[in-house]
Design a protein around this ligand. Structure first.
Ligand SMILES: Cc1cc2nc3c(=O)[nH]c(=O)nc-3n(C[C@H](O)[C@H](O)[C@H](O)COP(=O)(O)O)c2cc1C
Length: 306
């Protein structure tokens, strides 16, 4: 039925069997979801943010539900890149889907060291998180600093052979300018958006709900913001744009692709229904068939403005 329909897309040097990836931090290291479905069905798996050394993350409470999404202040808790390579990567390899590591550093050099370590592994690409709103050092500090971003991308590009994606945020500065800057510095693609700074207060205790006070807002609440960012950025850069923010179903995914995204990432929806990614992949195929569209690439940027 679907054999005639092409759903492959290209991101840098990577050919994805379909445009649906998992959003970093919402799908663990991938393995946590293997009991729900065959991970090989995914376009790509993006791991939670990994740093050079293990990180404990922020103290609890780290998550709170909001009317149309959630706030998180995990603080990039992770097992460190070397443990990921020795413990998780060998188990992920059996799934014939590209593994992309989301990289986080407290300093410029840390991003470069992690990329160096990944160069000779089976990891298919890296996504540089320069836009996390809930850590004290790194993260947003870089999203606003063009010189630091240039250093990170230039120095990684010199040695790193595979695909480099840079994850951007609407929290600081102009996201279009930053996307153009990343393209010039040698990024293969940009992904947007990361979460948006938010907070919640417990009216009984008068204290912030999150121990970190601020958290990152995700889910349907941020979809219109993410969609506008993808639309604007994709007009300004030639490299692929990956859309992320509040995608709950195939209709949301289609909106992002029509706005100009070559691929999409699904995050918060995984907490509600761990099968969301596979459902979106299947429903996209039905949509294409119903509408006699034989190549999903025809949807990219198909928005009509008149
Ligand atoms: C619990 C949680 C943890 C996250 N951790 C990361 C992370 O480690 N690195 C990163 O780049 N983005 C991280 N994000 C941001 C998501 O990848 C995504 O950009 C954002 O949640 C918007 O997509 P969504 O609305 O589909 O969740 C995290 C989001 C959540 C909800």
């Amino acid at each position: 039925m679907t054999n005639k329909i092409n759903i492959q897309v290209k991101i840098g040097k990577l050919i994805l069997k379909n445009p649906v990836m998992t959003a970093s931090g919402t799908f663990g290291y991938g393995l946590e979801f293997e009991k729900f479905f065959d991970l090989g069905k995914l376009g790509a798996i993006i791991t939670k943010g990994l740093s050079l050394n293990p990180v404990k993350g922020n103290p609890p409470q780290r998550i709170v539900e909001t009317p149309a999404g959630m706030l998180n202040a995990i603080g990039l808790q992770n097992i460190g890149i070397k443990n990921f390579i020795s413990e998780k990567l060998p188990l992920l390899k059996k799934y014939k889907t590209p593994i992309i590591v989301n990289v986080y550093g407290r300093k410029v050099d840390e991003y470069i060291e992690v990329a160096d370590i990944l160069n000779d592994t089976d990891v298919a690409g890296i996504e540089l998180n320069i836009s996390c709103p809930n850590v004290k050092r790194g993260g947003l500090q870089f999203a606003a600093d063009k010189k630091a971003v240039e250093k990170i991308i230039n120095r990684i590009r010199k040695k790193y052979k595979k695909t480099i994606i840079v994850k951007l945020s609407p929290n600081t500065g102009n996201i279009e300018d930053m996307a153009i800057h990343c393209e010039r510095c040698g990024a293969d693609a940009v992904s947007l958006i990361n979460t948006i700074v938010g907070m919640a207060i417990d009216i009984k205790t008068k204290k912030p709900v999150l121990a970190n006070v601020f958290g990152g807002l995700s889910g349907p609440a941020i979809k219109p913001i993410a969609l506008a960012a993808v639309f604007k950025v994709s007009k300004k850069v030639k490299i692929p744009v990956i859309g992320v923010g509040g995608i709950m179903n195939y209709k949301d995914a289609l909106e992002f692709m029509m706005a100009g995204a070559t691929a999409v990432q699904i995050g918060t929806a995984n907490f509600i229904d761990p099968l969301t990614c596979v459902k979106v992949i299947k429903d996209l195929q039905y949509y294409l068939k119903e509408n006699k569209i034989y190549d999903i690439n025809k949807i990219i940027g198909a928005i009509k403005l008149e």
